[in-house]
Write a protein that binds this ligand. Sequence first.
Ligand code: MTE
Ligand code: QUE
Ligand code: MOS
Length: 778
Amino acid sequence: MSIGTNLRHDSALTHVAGESIFIDDRPEVRGEVHVGVVGSPIARGKLKSIDAREALSHPDCLGVYTASDFHAKRWGTITHDQPFLVVDEISYMQEAVCLVACARRDSLETVKKLVRIETIETEGVFSIDEARAKGEVLYRAASPFVQGDVDAVLQAAPHRLKGVFICGGQEHFYLESQAAIAYPLENGQIEVHSSSQHPSETQRVVAEALGIPFHQVVCVVKRMGGGFGGKESQGAPIAAYAALVADRLKRPARIVLTKDQDMMITGKRHPFQNEYEVGFDPEGRLLAVKALLQSDGGAYLDLSSSILERAMFHLDGAYFLPNVRIEGVCFRTHHHPHTAFRGFGGPQGNMTIESILEDVAHFLKKDASEVRRINLYSGNNLRTPYGQVLENNLLPEIHERILESSRYRERLQEIIAFNSKRQGRVRGISLTATKFGISFTARFLNQANALVNLQLDGTLQVSTGATEMGQGVNTKIQQIVAHAFGVIPDAVRMMPTSTEKNHNTSPTAASSGSDLNGAAALLACNRIKNRLIKLAKAKFEGFVFDPTTEFDPGPDHDAAPDASFVFEDAQVRDSRSGASVPLKELIQTAYQNRIPLGSYAHYKTPGLGFDKTRVTGRAFNYFTQGMAVSEVELDEYTGEMKVRRVDILMDLGRSLNPGIDRGQTTGAFIQGMGWVSSEHLVYDKKRNLLTHSPTTYKIPNVQDTPREFHVDFIENPNNDRNVHGSKAVGEPPFLLGTSVWTAIKHALSFRADGQEIRLTSPATSEVILMELSRPKGV
Ligand code: MTE
Ligand code: QUE
Ligand code: MOS
């Protein structure tokens, strides 16, 4: 019964009471030291020297550490190309050069300033165009995605458009900065508590940094104050900094970046610059699409290759492209290495096709939602550019339903009438879609393991590799386990994530945290249930449990438990005979008869296997789909934009927790809206980030949220590809935020006098005002 209910977030009460423990809430222990990072003052060049004498003479300074203190010099999730600390080559502004350790946190800033760093500056590469001209390629996609004959169809198409879609980066703006505390234990062991989405990676990176075996390191993650992808790879070196100091000084070491430092040092969402050419018919049906996706990867690879690929996988959006060629290349620049951020390249691909469709509609003077409708995946048009065929596709139905519920057609007429009055304000409305592929495209990551311990009082402790970052993964797993044993959710406690309980875990990412870890937890529950069912059967059949008999539960297996035994209301009932026993009593019998009450299970998503060189096989387990209709109003004198109303309709299968999923949907939408409308990263000539605090970097606040906001889920009981028929929700609705940007484009079309609309993302007030005031014919 707990499946599908709005069980509150397992941290809701402690969050509200301020009792939730984040890294920096851990009490300071005796001898603890504070670690600070000294960043490079130049974006590119050579490190000539580090003079730490003055710093070391400060009474609070306990040590200054450089690259030579690290056993492994480099780390990296996909390739080990990124220095822990600058060795000699400096590749981005504020790149970590050395660490200082202080007895008091208050002294960190003073001591950092006492370290003298000498550098030789050289010319850096800071744009995709420059990097391309210089051949600075970090990664090129193995093969293009090709269907049909693009060039021939483009040539023959009645209409063609060519252009470049440009979108900017995005700061993660998690509320808890990157942070870690490392505790040196006996025998050279290290226990590191980290704000990380990827504890297993953190464990490995710490071990490599120190040159010790993996078994010497345990990484614990209780929770994060937000991750959004920013703590998938980037948490690991931060933890290694703390661990190095802890190991050297044999004292606990804490590192907590300030907000400003965090924003300046860490990588962000990838800016993209996508070139395209499309051919279409007079109705607006896309006949051929050719696209070259180009990302700014920053100085090192990080996750850029997988992010570029996910962008390519989402270039189609929700639309069938009969003839298509998608290529991708990631360039090396002297920016902080760009990294995972909610959507993981998906938004940058998806928004390109949505922008194109808006332009096609503008060109043909047609309603853009109608142009989108005729291009949707539907009927026999279900083949993606990478060959996977959509199953259980609700896109046409979602489109029909949301036009109806949002009163799209009536409101479009109202907007046309409003705009014709020329009152210094202009409105626009736009519908966009999300069709997000669920699975890591690197197959080996689609696995999880779980440990479930049933206690003698009938309560449970559950450990998985999933990390809680606010998304509610703990609550969903709690519901799955409570449901499995027929106990109240309060009888299930989710334990802190730790690499000593769950090893070789994947990052909590790709929206698949609940899918993978929930499925693993369910398998572990089933193993215990299979034993208990055998025992209950014996009990009901009059088996005599006494000191002279031995009960054998048989070997463990992953088969689904016999459904005629019902676990409900803390009882186990044989639905055929009606016989029942309290769960607690059965547990006692099990314990007395030496039957294990804990289990460990491993899950892997079945049926996956995509070969990116040959572009064949199944890339995704399924797709999470949805649509949004957004209405905006622009002030023609100031460029100020207001979102008047948003309607969202998502297909989340059978939601495990509609309340949490609603929170994820609204939150992701608003974060996506911020990316395309107000979050503008500004660097000076030397590449200092100028927008390194909330005073200059504008994320949406409560007043920027839509005046009217409707979020709804479409019924879809037919998803049999995931645990309890649910669908992943974490990232997919992020892509819907782009409807605010296309709505801005729509609004601008009323003042374009038939000219093309040149809009880049983010469409800040300045950008909007420039476009509104661009003289005609320029
Ligand atoms: N929600 C909150 N509150 N905080 C976060 O950091 N991260 C998002 C999403 N929702 C995030 C969030 C990202 S980037 C991902 S991949 C998913 O949550 C990860 O969680 P899941 O796979 O368990 O859904
Ligand atoms: C989505 C993701 C990830 C991904 C692919 C996706 C992700 C991630 C990796 C990855 C790829 C190769 C590696 C590795 C990780 O791929 O988060 O360690 O060697 O980490 O489609 O979110
Ligand atoms: Mo989310 S970007 O996959 O951590």
